[in-house]
Design a protein around this ligand. Structure first.
Ligand code: SF4
Ligand code: SF4
Length: 99
């Protein structure tokens, strides 16, 4: 009997270009959407997420915008992004590799 399920260790990579449809993510429970404190946005993404009903947006006085995702992004639908085609650029550029 397996007493402890070993979690895969991954390290994140921020790609130069956005990409969609990674098969690599299929067996994952969206660890990246739960494992960071926030996602940085530009002003346009901030407005767009606001219009999608985001509740955990933050605007800093230094002019930076964030979607807070600590303990899980509010746009998660199970283990998938519920706004996949409208997700922020940094989400579209994020990938990972097993370490
Ligand atoms: S990028 Fe990595 S951590 Fe994020 S969903 Fe895909 S496999 Fe999981
Ligand atoms: S917007 Fe989508 S991809 Fe980005 S952190 Fe939230 S659930 Fe994950």
């Amino acid at each position: 009997m397996e007493l402890f399920k070993r979690k895969r260790r991954r390290h994140g990579i921020l790609l130069a270009e956005p990409f969609d449809g990674s098969e690599h993510c299929c067996g994952c429970e969206a660890d990246c959407c739960r494992g960071f404190p926030s996602v940085e946005l530009d002003a346009e993404e901030y407005s767009s997420l606001e219009s999608l009903g985001a509740k955990r947006l933050e605007f800093h006085l230094d002019g930076r915008f964030f979607l807070l995702i600590e303990n899980g992004c509010e746009f998660l639908d199970g283990s998938r992004c519920g706004i996949y085609h409208q997700r922020p650029s940094i989400c579209r550029r994020f990938s990972c590799r097993d370490s």
